[in-house]
Ligand binder design. Structure first.
Ligand code: 5AD
Ligand code: SF4
Length: 471
């Protein structure tokens, strides 16, 4: 048994890590042939991509996926810790699984992902959810076939969570959810320690993959006909800092663009280390999409300082202006937290005012959620919940008006859209523009999924655009 520990998780030393190749014991390959799994994924793209690896690992040991969890022999929850409601969802599901297990005691239940890295969660599982067969964390996903094997063979709860990063494992198998768009990890972990955020504890220190390994993966995706790659990391801008003196995110972005893949995206970016070089590369290469996610969190420099964000309102806006100026047609999206401890009405007004200036194309807005073990959890929270919820509502009304206003301006223009799906209605398709706008459109000619087609925009809504193929 190995339990997580946040004090250990917080350490950041210069300990070397190696890159090792994934291996699976021959003895467990196909061992569980005929068994069925259901995997539920909560949280960010990082988790979605981890789930693509988990599915492939389960397939290697013989499992087959089923859509309905009630028909599965194994139900696995890949969890998220970012806010309390992510927690509640996972625990709610565990409650349902408890009932299911009363009817079908032979069913296996597992929990992995970010919540598995939290001591308080694991303790709760050991105490109140004894029916959970196994728990593994974000640092030992590659060992999961052995953990499940042990849980079955020994018929006893297995808790295997490392608090510290392990070696970087290359060559994990993957079953991608989409045939045209692929996620590629470029950096794991985060060293920023924003005071509200649990990620540095659940995902460990920053570790970049070697550029050769990333570029090889992208080349293979090009060969396999993929049209879009999203480079993933909790903060992609830190790419390379732990590995190279003279190769950074700007260089990597340029090399990925040169692979010739039609579309390159990346997420997510901390404004503090977004370099001019990155802006130049986005502006220079047509296949690097002009769409940037740039979380601001607050428009008040005083709150940003409390959040430990390393930039001010002014330096954020300077970067924002530079992007708008140098990258033609760029769309910028953001994340905003309201009701951070100490946020006064005046600070919140500054956030609203910043939104009026930036007129974001998309924004994810949240009420502050205290996370166990983070510094912000211990701050004196002076903002009543009702007030926080009112602020969120006022903010949402404002961001929504800009989504619609920006979309309206696109009526009559032609956008390149990657065809991702066919809707139920005849001749109707949907996909995303290079600027990351969802477009529902008509085509009189039959289209292939994965095509990139010019679409003339005929109508706009808050969350999407309507159009027709421009022939
Ligand atoms: N409470 C509320 N929102 C949070 N986020 C991260 N941690 C918290 C928290 N404790 C938000 C941030 C981040 C996004 C992924 O989630 O806005 O950018
Ligand atoms: Fe949630 Fe963060 Fe973990 Fe992603 S990395 S699943 S957002 S806690």
């Amino acid at each position: 048994m190995k339990l997580p520990d946040f004090i250990e998780a917080r350490t950041r030393d210069k300990r070397d890590y190696k890159t090792v190749s994934f291996n699976i014991d021959e003895s467990i390959k196909n061992k569980y042939a005929g068994m069925k799994f259901h995997l539920k994924t909560y949280g960010c793209q990082m988790n979605e991509h981890d789930s693509e690896n988990i599915k492939a690992l389960l397939t290697m040991i013989g499992f087959e996926e089923v859509e309905d969890y009630e028909n599965a022999d194994l139900v696995l929850l890949n969890t998220c810790s970012i806010r309390e409601n992510a927690h509640n969802k996972a625990f709610g599901m565990l409650g349902r699984l408890k009932h299911l297990k009363e009817q079908r005691p032979e069913i296996l239940v597992g929990l992995c992902g970010c919540m598995a890295q939290e001591v308080s969660v694991v303790e709760e599982i050991m105490k109140d959810y004894k029916f959970v067969n196994f728990v593994f964390g974000t640092h030992n996903l590659h060992e999961f076939p052995n953990i499940i094997d042990k849980a079955i063979e020994e018929n006893k709860q297995q808790i295997e969570v490392y608090s510290r990063e392990s070696d970087l494992v290359e060559g994990l198998p993957v079953i991608r959810a989409n045939k045209y768009k692929a996620y590629v990890n470029i950096i794991y972990g985060c060293n920023k320690f924003c005071t509200y955020c649990i990620v540095p504890y659940t995902r460990g220190r920053e570790r970049s993959r070697k550029k050769e390994d990333i570029l090889k993966e992208v080349d293979e995706l090009v060969k396999d006909g993929y049209k879009e790659v999203t480079l993933l990391g909790q903060n992609v801008n830190a790419y390379g800092k732990d590995l190279y003196d003279d190769y950074n995110m700007g260089n990597l972005l340029e090399d990925v663009a040169k692979s010739g893949i039609p579309r390159v995206r990346f997420t997510t970016s901390h404004p503090w280390d977004f370099t001019d070089n990155m802006i130049d590369v986005i502006a220079k290469y047509d296949n690097v999409m002009p769409s940037i996610h740039l979380p601001v969190q607050s428009g008040s420099s005083r709150v940003l300082k409390l959040m430990g964000r390393r930039y001010t309102r002014e330096s954020y806006l300077e970067l924002f202006d530079k992007m708008k100026e140098r990258i033609p047609g760029v769309t910028i999206s953001t994340d905003i937290i309201v009701g951070f401890p100490g946020e006064e009405e005046e600070d919140f007004q500054q956030t609203l005012d910043l939104v009026d200036y930036c007129k974001y194309d998309n924004a994810f807005t949240f009420v502050f959620s205290p996370r166990v073990g983070t510094p912000a959890e211990k701050l004196n929270d002076n903002v009543p919940l009702k007030e926080k919820e009112e602020r969120l509502q006022r903010l949402n009304e404002k961001v929504n008006t800009y989504f619609l206003e920006n979309n309206k301006k696109l009526e009559g223009s032609v956008l390149d859209v990657l065809v991702e799906g066919i809707s139920d209605k005849k001749n109707m398709y949907y996909g995303y523009s290079d600027t990351n706008k969802l477009v529902n459109f008509i085509s009189n000619k039959e289209l292939e999924l994965g095509d990139i087609v010019p679409v003339k925009i005929t109508a706009s809504k808050t969350w999407s655009l309507d159009g027709e193929v421009d022939e």
